[in-house]
Design a binder for this molecule. Structure first.
Ligand code: NI
Length: 394
């Protein structure tokens, strides 16, 4: 291990993580969470601004004054899930749970703050971004609007991952998270009596046709070597068994790792939905509701992350992700503006399969707090050395 990590700090990170875990807050409601973040920063003498983008916190640790910032980011929000882990520090709130490990992300970034604030000669200043509302894909944009990336040269983030045992860090060149675009299809048919279908235009029939048709986009239109997903998650229509539905609303999401695939998926859903409407004389509209860009690590920044990861985890414990992750991550919003790298922190206890993220039984191996904090500390130093102007070099 390249960084001395004393037991007392680790204990403190576990305490913070368990406290956040027990009191999860949903996107944009991270008020108590932000208070706990600020209390920790106060204890370590780290300066910060709070209430950024409503519930965000931005802390800064000084470094060489002529260098731009290295940014480190953690997300803080929980999910609308009722916890079933049976942990002694399980959520006290029904319908709210840290089921994606953002409690661990927040705690490990606090650990990094504690390690970084002791440094007297950081090559570049470090900005720590404690971001709200990742799960709804809005927090990163709001933090950016509030200056999170001002004077930032590079940004680093990561996620706990049960596909890797604790102690491993996955650093990948290229795509690590998919783009996501949620969409809504509205079908305007003509309501009628269920016994007289010829007098109406059945929005349910048009809707089912659309659901079936768009299943062929991934299987027939996209190169199978390029991962993509089209899902309808909501189909809302009808009021009674003996009434033909005049309208139907379908909502879904498309995921892709490349821009051209992403554009193709959206265009094809639109085309097929409108065509199904034409087929039956229904009026169909298509709209994209919200979008998150893909996350793709540039090789030169991934190289910096790899050096830091190897220093902390050892050469044998740093590997790339081998399977495409089609999950969304609003870290992509930052990386559209500054270069960065998004890694995965192994958090599975060896020999235990664990439960997937967003499951009511999800948990992390708390040793990941030590690994994550030490990694962020290391990557801030290594990236700082790259972004800082080199004195005396012509
Ligand atoms: Ni997450």
């Amino acid at each position: 291990m390249g960084t001395a990590f004393e037991a007392s700090l680790f204990d403190e990170l576990v305490t913070v993580r368990r406290d956040l875990h027990q009191h999860p807050e949903l996107s944009w409601d991270e008020v108590r969470t932000a208070e706990r973040v600020c209390a920790f920063l106060d204890r370590y003498g780290v300066s910060y601004r709070n209430a950024i983008g409503r519930t965000g916190v931005i802390a800064e640790i000084p470094g060489a004054t002529d260098a731009p910032f290295v940014a480190l980011r953690a997300d803080m929000d929980a999910l609308p899930i009722t916890e079933e882990t049976g942990l002694p520090f399980a959520s006290i709130h029904d319908g709210r749970m840290h089921a994606c490990g953002h409690d661990a992300h927040t705690s490990m970034l606090l650990g990094a703050a504690a390690l970084l604030v002791r440094e007297r000669n950081l090559p570049a200043p470090v900005r720590l971004i404690f971001q709200p509302a990742e799960e709804v894909g809005e927090g990163a944009q709001e933090m950016i609007r509030n200056g999170a990336l001002t004077d930032v040269a590079m940004i680093f983030g990561g996620h706990v991952d049960r596909h890797f045992t604790t102690g491993k860090i996955a650093v990948t060149d290229g795509p690590v998270n998919a783009s996501t675009d949620s969409f809504r299809i509205t079908i305007h048919g003509e309501g009628a009596h269920a016994a007289r279908p010829h007098e109406g235009i059945d929005a349910v029939v048009v809707g089912t046709l659309i659901v079936s048709a768009i299943q062929t986009i991934v299987s027939r239109e996209v190169n199978p070597a390029h991962p993509s997903v089209v899902t309808i998650g909501r189909f809302d229509a009808g009021t009674a068994p003996n009434v033909i539905a005049g309208t139907a609303v379908l909502e879904g999401t498309v995921r892709a790792q490349e821009a051209d695939v992403r554009n193709h998926l959206i265009a094809s859903v639109d085309r097929m939905a409108l065509a199904a409407g034409h087929l039956h004389g229904a009026h169909v509209t298509f709209e994209v509701l919200s979008s998150t860009p893909p996350v793709s690590n540039p090789v030169d920044v991934a190289d910096i992350a790899r050096v830091a990861a190897k220093e902390i985890a050892g050469d044998d414990n740093v590997c790339p992700m081998e399977i495409a992750n089609m999950g969304a991550e609003d870290f992509g919003n930052y990386m559209q503006l500054v270069p960065g790298c998004y890694v995965r922190f192994g958090s599975r206890v060896a020999g235990k399969e664990g439960y997937p993220a967003h499951s009511s039984r999800f948990d992390v191996d708390e040793d990941v707090l030590r690994i994550g904090a030490a990694y962020y500390h290391a990557v801030a130093r290594h990236a700082g050395a790259v972004v800082a102007p080199r004195a005396g070099v012509e």
